[in-house]
Ligand binder design. Structure first.
Ligand SMILES: [Zn+2]
Length: 158
């Protein structure tokens, strides 16, 4: 992938982000590309869909998986108008894309009033200091789902 191609796809992601603002959405856009082919686009749909997980990258990843008919996006590149937040970065890793390329960064997002940078910093701090309680409460059957998974010969690994 050449720098010129990267710039072209990033420009599309940025355009989608800017258009989304005019349509009442958040200022984020993303596209997924395989080779020189556009596979899917995504725009932030959090407020429109009442879905806090509907970030542009996640929306684009879901659309690409439907378009391809696979839960793996190996071989694809994700272009985002802004540095993916921790959720979107993790979703990118789960989707197995080859590359993630972004234009603006977490500092730009912070200037816009978004928590991307805050959440990255949160993950580097002790959970005991978080405003949201995250706790482990180990139950007797906690590992049962994994036992069932490992003994299920027809499981689809991912
Ligand atoms: Zn995100």
């Amino acid at each position: 992938m050449s720098d010129e191609q990267d710039a072209t796809w990033l420009a599309l992601a940025v355009d989608l982000a800017t258009q989304n603002v005019a349509e009442g959405g958040g200022p984020f856009g993303a596209v997924l590309v395989k080779g020189d082919e556009l596979v899917a686009t995504g725009q932030n749909r959090v407020t429109r869909d009442l879905d806090p997980s509907a970030h542009a990258e996640v929306v684009a990843i879901r659309a690409a998986c439907r378009a391809i008919g696979d839960f793996s996006l190996a071989g694809l590149t994700l272009y985002s108008s802004c540095e993916p937040c921790p959720m979107c970065l993790a979703t990118s890793l789960w989707s197995r894309v080859d590359r993630v390329v972004f234009a603006a960064d977490r500092d730009d997002a912070a200037r816009g009033g978004f928590d991307d940078r805050e959440f990255y910093e949160l993950f580097s701090r002790d959970r005991a200091t978080w405003g949201t309680t995250v706790q482990a409460t180990r139950t007797a059957d906690a590992s049962s789902p994994f036992d069932a998974w490992l003994s299920h010969a027809a499981r689809t690994a991912y």
